[in-house]
Write a protein that binds this ligand. Structure first.
Ligand SMILES: [Zn+2]
Length: 191
């Protein structure tokens, strides 16, 4: 996926997380903190590729990481995301006074990168060091760039139309789906 695709995805995810009130910080945070945070987070995983944007800016880190782990290796995993979270909350000096909404948007942007890369055929080793790669390859072929943009725009539009404070009642949605399947089975196979 391109850097542009990742940036668009991170903004769409941020608007979605804000509307769904995923955390109080993301619900009430300052957009001037959250947008740069999400954009930075969305670029960071590709530091494992020396010719990517973060790889070129931070060559001192990208060269050893790409040699050790290869592209779409460790940095594209849950372990890396948890380590970044630990770095933000445990190891970052308090004097830096980085706002919490910026940190949360940064972590969200990072996660959006991993999910977006899962939409491509090569996927990501989400449970690294396990070798399995996770992918739902809906972005593929010659028009992949256009598909990236299309999905990001659809996500952003859906996020914008979500009412503020909309609660995604996951369990009742699942219950409704099961009820619907039961109903369909009953009506089609009733003796
Ligand atoms: Zn990537």
């Amino acid at each position: 996926m391109t850097a542009e695709g990742h940036l668009l995805f991170s903004v769409a995810s941020l608007i979605m997380a804000h509307k769904l009130q995923l955390t109080p910080e993301l619900a009430q945070g300052d957009w001037l903190h959250m947008v740069p945070g999400a954009l930075l987070g969305a670029l960071l995983p590709d530091i494992d590729h020396p010719s990517s944007l973060p790889g070129r800016l931070l060559r001192i880190f990208s060269l050893p990481i790409s040699k050790l782990c290869g592209h779409r290796g460790f940095t594209h995993s849950l372990v890396a995301w948890l380590l970044v979270m630990a770095a933000c909350y445990q190891w970052m000096p308090i004097e830096w006074q980085v706002p919490n909404d910026l940190i949360q948007a940064f972590l969200l942007g990072y996660l959006s990168h991993l999910i977006a890369d899962m939409l491509t055929p090569s996927g990501v080793p989400f449970l690294w060091p396990l070798p399995q790669r996770f992918c739902f390859p809906i972005i593929r072929g010659k028009n992949s760039k256009r598909t990236e943009r299309f999905i990001a725009v659809i996500l952003t539009v859906c996020a914008c139309f979500l009412p503020i404070g909309y609660q995604l009642d996951f369990y009742s949605q699942i219950e409704n789906v099961i009820k619907y399947i039961h109903y369909q089975l009953d009506t089609h196979f009733a003796i």
